[in-house]
Each structure stands twice: as structure tokens, then as C-alpha cells.
Design a protein around this ligand. Structure first.
Ligand SMILES: [Zn+2]
Length: 148
């Protein structure tokens, strides 16, 4: 889309060039500013104004695209970092539930739900020893798990 507008702007620039050439030719031939030369110059001025306006729009679009590009690069970088990080962990079934643990380890325990949304949230053992579930709670999302 922006490329098409650049082409249109370049084409408008060519239009200005030809209008100015026409005005100069008329001035040279008549050695005076005829109504035709004044009209051609006036049309060239209008084209310059319209070109300035288009260039301003293009500049805004370029800035918006630059910002979008920066955001996308940050997201990709975040995704790549998480893809590397998640390789260090695995899901471990424990009792009636499961938790995330460092690969090959049994502790510490991390929340399965939060891991699914790219967060490493420690599970805290609940202070009371009630019979039955739950035994652990997530420090971030507050989900509870029965890990006995
Ligand atoms: Zn959680």
C-alpha cells in the first residue's frame, strides 16, 4: 500500500516537472507571462501542495510501520527467549495432579497453568494439612493443586 503511494507521489512529481517545463516554454516563446504560463505555474503550485500533503501522510505511515516493526521484533525476541527457557522444564505428574519442574529434578514446583501462558510461577505448599485436596497454590494465578 505504501509502495503504491510512493509511486503515485513520484508520478505527481513528474507532473510538476512537466507543468513547470510547459510554463518555462511559454515564457521563453512569448517573453512574457501569458495567461497560459500563469495557469501552468498555478497548476504546478497546486501539485506541490498536494505532494507535500501526500509526503506528510507517507511519513506518518512510515513511522507507524516502524513502530509496528519494533513491537513485532520485541514479541519475536520474547517468544524466542521463552522457547529457550521452556526447554529447561518438564511436566511432572504428581499424585492427582501435575506440576512443572526443572528437567530431571523433583523441585521446585511451578504452576502448570502459568507455564501455559509463559510464566514461571512457584507453587506454595498450603500451610494446613487438610485431608484431601488441595495441597499447593500458585503464587501468581492462585490456582490450587492436589499434589499428593
Ligand atoms: Zn499459576
Amino acid at each position: 500500500m505504501a509502495a503504491g503511494e510512493v509511486i503515485a507521489t513520484v508520478s505527481a512529481l513528474a507532473g510538476i516537472g512537466s507543468k513547470l517545463a510547459e510554463a518555462m516554454r511559454t515564457v521563453r516563446e512569448t517573453k512574457a507571462l501569458t495567461p497560459a504560463a500563469v495557469r501552468a505555474i498555478s497548476e504546478a503550485q497546486e501539485l506541490v501542495l498536494s505532494l507535500q500533503s501526500r509526503l506528510f501522510e507517507l511519513q506518518e505511515k512510515a513511522l507507524a510501520l516502524q513502530e509496528e516493526n519494533r513491537e513485532l521484533r520485541a514479541k519475536v525476541s520474547e517468544e524466542e527467549a521463552w522457547a529457550l527457557e521452556r526447554q529447561n522444564y518438564e511436566t511432572k505428574p504428581i499424585g492427582q495432579g501435575a506440576a512443572i519442574v526443572p528437567k530431571g529434578e523433583t523441585h521446585p514446583l511451578y504452576c502448570l497453568n502459568c507455564f501455559g501462558v509463559r510464566r514461571l510461577a512457584p507453587l506454595n505448599k498450603l500451610p494446613y494439612s487438610m485431608p484431601g485436596p488441595p495441597t499447593h497454590a500458585c503464587s501468581r494465578c492462585r490456582a490450587v493443586f492436589n499434589l499428593r
